[in-house]
Design a protein around this ligand. Structure first.
Ligand code: ATP
Ligand code: MG
Length: 233
C-alpha cells in the first residue's frame, strides 16, 4: 500500500529524519513510535507532501507519488489526521465532516456522513454544535471522522491520544481496532507506545530521525531491552 524509501526530511539545516525505510501492507496497522523530536510527525507530513523538504521516494498503491501534491495524494486515497486535532472551532460538527468529503460523487456525501454518525454516535448528537465546544476526545473523533469522509485507503494519524484521559485513549484504541477489522490500512505515530503497540501489527521505532528497531508489535512490546531503551515502558 505504502512504501517509503530512503526518506530524509529536513527543514533548512535541521535534519528531522535520515534514510527512513518503511512500508505498510494492505489492511495493516503500522505504528511509528519514538520519543519527542524523533521525527514521527515530520515523516508523516512528508509522506503526504506537506512540511519539511523530502529526499527519497514514496510509492502508494504501486505508483510513485513522490512528486505529487498533497491534494493529488488525498485524491488517490491518503489521509492525515495531524497532531493537535485541528477542527474548525466555529463551524458545526456536520460542517466539519462535510469539509472532509472528497473522492466521491455528490450523492455519496450524505451516506458517508451517516457512516460517521454510526461510527461516532456522539457526533450525531452534537451535529449542530460548534466543534470548538466539544471535549478534547470528541474533537479527536471529529478530526478522525473528517479524514474518513474522504474514504481513504491509507489513514495516517499523528498522536491521536495526546492529552486525552485514559478512558478516551481506550476509546481511540478501540476505534483503531475496529477500523483495522474493516481492512483499512493505518500508519499511526504515537509517543504512547503501549497503546500503539497494542493496536498495531508491526512497528518501527524511530530515534533521532532513524529507524533503530522494527518488527511485529507484540514481539517489540515483549522485549525488555526495547521497552527500556526506547519505549519508556
Ligand atoms: N517546522 C520545523 N522547522 C524546523 N525544525 C523542525 C520543524 N518541525 C520539526 N522540526 C525538527 O525536526 C525534528 C523532528 O521533529 P518532529 O516534530 O518530526 O518529531 P516528533 O517525533 O513528531 O516529536 P513529538 O513526539 O514531540 O511530536 C526535531 O528536531 C524538530 O525540532
Ligand atoms: Mg510529532
Amino acid at each position: 500500500m505504502l512504501a517509503v524509501q530512503a526518506a530524509t526530511v529536513s527543514y533548512g539545516k535541521t535534519v528531522a529524519t535520515r534514510g527512513v525505510e518503511l512500508h505498510v501492507n494492505e489492511g495493516e496497522v503500522v505504528a511509528l513510535v519514538g520519543a519527542n523530536g524523533a521525527g514521527k510527525s515530520s515523516l508523516l507530513k512528508a509522506v503526504l507532501g506537506v512540511g519539511g523538504s523530502l529526499q527519497g521516494r514514496i510509492t502508494f498503491g504501486g505508483q510513485d507519488v513522490t512528486e505529487l501534491s498533497a491534494e493529488r495524494k488525498v485524491a488517490l486515497g491518503m489521509a492525515l489526521v495531524p497532531e493537535g486535532r485541528h477542527v474548525f472551532p466555529t463551524l458545526t460538527v456536520l460542517e466539519n465532516l462535510e469539509l472532509g468529503f472528497s473522492r466521491g460523487t455528490r450523492h455519496e456525501k450524505p451516506r458517508r456522513i451517516e457512516q460517521m454518525y454510526t461510527l461516532f454516535p456522539k457526533l450525531r448528537e452534537r451535529r449542530q454544535q460548534a466543534a470548538g465546544t466539544l471535549s478534547g476526545g470528541e474533537q479527536q473523533m471529529l478530526a478522525i471522522g473528517r479524514a474518513l469522509m474522504s474514504a481513504p485507503r491509507l489513514l495516517m494519524l499523528d498522536e491521536p491520544t495526546l492529552g486525552l484521559a485514559p478512558m478516551i485513549v481506550a476509546d481511540v484504541s478501540e476505534l483503531l481496532s475496529s477500523l483495522r477489522a474493516q481492512g483499512l490500512s493505518i500508519l499511526l505515530a504515537e509517543q504512547n507506545a503501549r497503546m500503539s503497540l497494542g493496536v498495531s501489527n508491526r512497528a518501527y521505532v524511530l530515534a533521532q530521525g532513524e529507524v533503530v528497531q522494527q518488527g511485529e508489535s507484540a514481539v517489540l512490546a515483549a522485549s525488555d531491552h526495547i521497552r527500556r531503551a526506547y519505549l519508556g515502558l
